[in-house]
Design a protein around this ligand. Structure first.
Ligand code: ADP
Ligand code: MG
Length: 503
């Protein structure tokens, strides 16, 4: 477990536009294309498409402020009653966070979107904290995302069983207990207790039959039973909630956690008396963690025709619009759609429109990220990625245009994610003046997109600073909580252990 600190003001903008100046590419060249619907002749050039895209994706300060305010309002509406807004504002049932006193061996299983991870942790109490930890990652075969619930959960349980078999001597259970598991499940779940929850819907491209409407803990327990794996789920945890719990274990100023990976989500510490839809206030601490499910947010987002087409063709049209604008599953696909248009209507790559370029999701977010790291004069990496992933041969000028498209889409995503974070902080501050901006407040971040995409991360940090201003943002620390959710889930399994512990 490592925590890499980065303040909201870190880093400088990477802005490849400067390289465009003086490039040899002449995007003004136009071709004629016929719109099948209107049967009228239109001319479109690459630079027209790019200029329009940049205009539509622009996130100047008023847009960011509007998104932040809308996020705060939608949060409030979602807390008022179920169905009050796009944001589900789900109670996590995590009322008591880990204290640091937890001891013993605990397992964690994390089903994200691209991978599932298994982890074991030996906890040593307040002085020793995390004595040992081991983790393994398995990617989820594509066909399981469209299969049956039993197939998916059997695959997961067997991965867990194989991992458990390799437990070495440094891990030991407390006497009289069996292995307990914190289950991180990063899809919208209506939690009914700390160790049960009904799947509301699949997101992030999953369409597994038979799970929605069922208790996912029961699904996992049944699969473990089928395999003869003697383990029990003690805590069902959303990944954002796990990240918050894990990060708060090390730093008590953590108040918000945000996931930016395949999908996106955020959670935060809320006062029980600020949740009108939950009149029975049971938490001893007076606070609970609210899982916002902010991927479903949609108010005031600057969207383009490319976003709308991608959404319309997705397996969940009209849903998860914020997620589709800012998260890892979609950024590469938006870029592909733009450059396909540029190729078709503006001959960006000459006359060829290879099948690969026309194939949805052929360009992934890691690819657009890798392209943006290319600092060579002739943009060789961009060229080879375009060739390998999209099947196109490109000249330097076309590669520069592609870089601009990648920058435009990652910039919009990062800046909107930053505005969302400010929205959450604003909501908390409005309720309790000084709670957030009057002292050090930490936002714990996790997920492959935030972790691996430096430009995106910088845009996010800069957006937070821009909206809050230099002075307020000095108190806001946005920090990467590596593996926070895995450790967090194990800690929550310990804190909610089935056995009576003295910790
Ligand atoms: P999950 O969200 O499935 O739990 P992760 O948090 O590991 O898993 O995030 C994986 C996602 O992060 C990938 O689907 C991809 O969108 C994004 N990602 C991974 N590596 C990179 C990278 N180098 N650049 C940009 N995005 C990346
Ligand atoms: Mg994850």
């Amino acid at each position: 477990m490592s925590m890499t600190a980065a303040s909201a003001t870190v880093g400088s903008l990477y802005f490849p536009r400067s390289r465009i100046k003086g490039c040899s590419f002449q995007p003004r060249m136009t071709v004629r294309s016929v719109s099948s619907q209107q049967k009228s002749t239109v001319t479109t050039s690459v630079d027209e498409i790019l200029t329009n895209l940049q205009k539509q994706c622009a996130t100047p300060l008023p847009v960011l402020r509007h998104v932040a305010d809308s996020m705060a309002n939608d949060m409030r509406a979602g807390l008022a009653f179920d169905g009050g807004s796009d944001l589900k504002m789900i109670l996590s049932y995590v009322d008591s966070l880990p204290t640091g006193n937890e001891k013993g061996l605990f397992y964690a299983l994390d089903l994200g979107g691209t991978n599932f991870r298994v982890m074991r942790v030996q906890l040593g109490g307040i002085d020793q904290r995390v004595i040992a930890t081991e983790a393994e990652q398995v990617s989820i075969p594509q066909e399981l995302m469209f299969g049956t619930s039993e197939e998916l959960f059997d695959f997961i349980a067997s991965g867990l069983a194989k991992f458990a078999e390799k437990e070495s001597g440094k891990y030991h259970l407390l006497e009289g207990t069996k292995r307990e598991l914190g289950f991180t499940f990063s899809f919208p779940v209506k939690q009914t207790s700390i160790d049960s929850g009904i799947l509301m819907k699949w997101t992030k491209g999953f369409a597994v039959s038979g799970t929605p409407g069922k208790d996912v803990v029961a699904c996992l327990n049944e699969a473990m039973k089928r395999l003869g794996l003697d383990m029990q789920v003690s805590a069902l945890v959303n990944d954002a909630v796990g990240t918050l719990a894990g990060a708060k274990y090390w730093d008590n100023d953590v108040m918000v956690a945000v996931i930016l990976g395949t999908g996106t989500n955020a959670c935060y510490v809320e006062r029980m008396d600020a949740i009108p839809k939950q009149p029975t206030q049971t938490a001893h601490s007076g606070t609970t963690i609210i899982n916002t499910e902010w991927g479903a947010f949609s108010t005031g987002l600057p969207l383009t025709e490319f976003d709308k087409q991608m959404d319309a063709e997705s397996i969940n049209p009209g849903e998860q619009i914020f997620e589709k604008t800012i998260s890892g599953m979609y950024l590469g696909e938006i870029v592909r759609r733009v450059i396909l248009r540029m190729a078709e209507a503006g001959s960006l790559f000459g006359n060829s429109i290879p099948e690969k370029l026309q194939t949805p999701f052929s360009i992934g977010t890691p690819h657009i990220c890798a392209m943006q790291q290319d600092t060579s004069n002739s943009l060789d990496t961009v060229g080879s990625i375009l060739f390998n992933e999209a099947g196109v041969e490109s000249k330097t000028g076309a590669r520069q245009i592609v870089m601009e498209v990648c920058d435009t889409i990652s910039k919009r995503g990062g800046r909107l994610a930053g505005a969302g974070i400010v929205g959450i902080l604003q909501k908390m501050e409005e309720d309790t003046k000084g709670l957030i901006f009057g002292k050090r407040t930490v936002v714990a971040m996790d997920g492959g997109l935030y972790e691996n995409y430096p430009q995106y991360k910088n845009y996010l940090h800069n957006s937070v600073t821009e909206i809050l201003g230099q002075k307020l943002s000095e108190n806001i620390v946005i920090e990467h909580s590596k593996d926070g959710s895995g450790i967090g889930a194990a800690l929550l399994a310990a804190a909610n252990s089935k056995y009576k512990h003295t910790f």
